[in-house]
Design a protein around this ligand. Structure first.
Ligand SMILES: NC(=O)c1ccc[n+]([C@@H]2O[C@H](COP(=O)([O-])OP(=O)(O)OC[C@H]3O[C@@H](n4cnc5c(N)ncnc54)[C@H](OP(=O)(O)O)[C@@H]3O)[C@@H](O)[C@H]2O)c1
Length: 341
């Protein structure tokens, strides 16, 4: 008798930010791999702010998940059966495996091999997954900060932001962060190497921004958009760069929210504003992961994981990140009755 595949499917689309009730369980028999495919048993499911966009109408990089389909998600899984010459039983892979116990996948769904020698396999979902690689490439390829410049990061204590902060510091920049609680401000200063950090809920007027970045801002690594970005742009320096990495502070893009016009600031300060999309850079993963792993293993790059246990926790975990409740990379571990990896 085949195993049961517990699946979390989209029940109905959210009005703005998702709640646990937007999803439901729909169990099916575990699938069998076809020729050239593998069967994965998921161990860690990713919880990403981008998942709100993947189930919402609006401006997206891919078709939204269909109602009734398994929730689209990155995951780390172990190969349980293989009909592919490329992958072996027992190896850990990172890719598009969904919020479910088992997934049949072909090569296009696999993003990277997870190397247990580089640390716990959960890191394959965060520091060595899209969070860490996005931080590295978004900062170095688009932000291109030079030593002595000021880099400002929004969602500064999060999975991406915490790595951006540490990398910018490593490059000799003055690094400032915006985040959503006093506790996260303390974390930015004590653990992630920020020179200054501010809880945006305490106010983002010109005086607060000048105190946070007295020399202005040369690189704005923006994960938030919305009113947070509105407060930052007037403080950009001549020839500053804005990396548009995320829009966590905007719940809905249909219709798009109104904001102050920025063209005059862009014109007079000669700014560059460029979007970054990690899925354009899949070929860069192995080299960037190797670099991040060296720094992490020598103890100079800190990364926090916020792990919940149990497949059924995934929908509530997604809702929680939009209340800012996560401390580091949010993920869900599936134990399958075995000991944690
Ligand atoms: N472009 C790409 O290729 C790419 C790849 C990966 C991630 N990203 C983006 O990077 C950003 C960070 O992702 P992550 O995985 O590192 O998540 P994260 O920062 O670990 O967690 C999400 C954080 O977003 C903030 N947030 C949530 N709702 C908010 C709201 N209404 N207003 C303001 N802040 C809010 C909260 O931080 P605070 O408590 O600090 O507000 C929350 O902790 C996201 O926008 C994500 O979509 C982009």
């Amino acid at each position: 008798m085949s195993a049961v595949n517990r699946r979390i499917v989209l029940d109905h689309r959210p009005a703005g930010t998702p709640e646990a009730g937007n999803f439901r369980r729909d169990d099916q028999p575990a699938p069998e791999p076809g020729e050239g495919q593998i069967l994965l048993r998921n161990h860690y499911l990713s919880i990403d702010p981008a998942q709100r966009g993947w189930i919402s109408p609006g401006v997206n990089f891919a078709e939204p998940v269909a109602v009734g389909d398994v929730m689209r998600s990155l995951a780390v899984g172990a190969v349980a059966a293989t009909r592919s010459a490329k992958y072996s039983v027992g190896e850990y892979l990172y890719g598009w495996f969904g919020w479910q116990d088992y997934c049949v996948a072909g090569e296009p769904q696999v993003i990277a091999r997870v190397q247990p020698a580089q640390g716990p396999v959960s890191l394959g979902l965060g520091l060595y997954g899209i969070s860490g690689v996005t931080a590295y490439l978004g900062l170095t390829e688009i932000g291109r900060p030079r030593a002595g410049e000021t880099v400002l990061v929004s969602t500064a204590a999060g999975a991406v932001g915490s790595v951006v902060g540490q990398l910018a510091r490593r490059l000799g920049c003055r690094v400032a962060g915006l985040t959503g609680s006093d506790d996260k401000v303390r974390q930015c200063l004590a653990e992630y190497g920020y020179h200054a950090a501010l809880n945006y809920r305490s106010g983002l007027d010109a005086a607060a921004m000048n105190a946070l970045c007295p020399q202005g801002i040369d690189v704005f690594f923006d994960n938030a958009s919305g009113e947070i970005a509105d407060a930052v742009w007037p403080h950009m320096n001549l020839r500053g760069r804005v990396v548009q990495c995320g829009t966590a502070a905007v719940a809905c893009w249909d219709p798009a929210p109104l904001a102050p016009r920025r063209e005059r600031i862009m014109l007079t300060r000669r700014l560059r504003h460029e979007g970054f999309m990690i899925f354009d850079h899949l070929e860069r993963f192995p080299a960037v992961i190797a670099q991040l792993a060296r720094w992490h293993q020598e103890g100079t790059l800190v990364f926090h994981e916020d792990i919940e246990t149990g497949l059924d926790r995934a929908p509530a975990a997604l809702a929680a990140i939009f209340r800012g409740e996560n401390r580091g990379k949010k993920m869900v571990r599936i134990t399958h009755g075995t000991r944690a990896l």
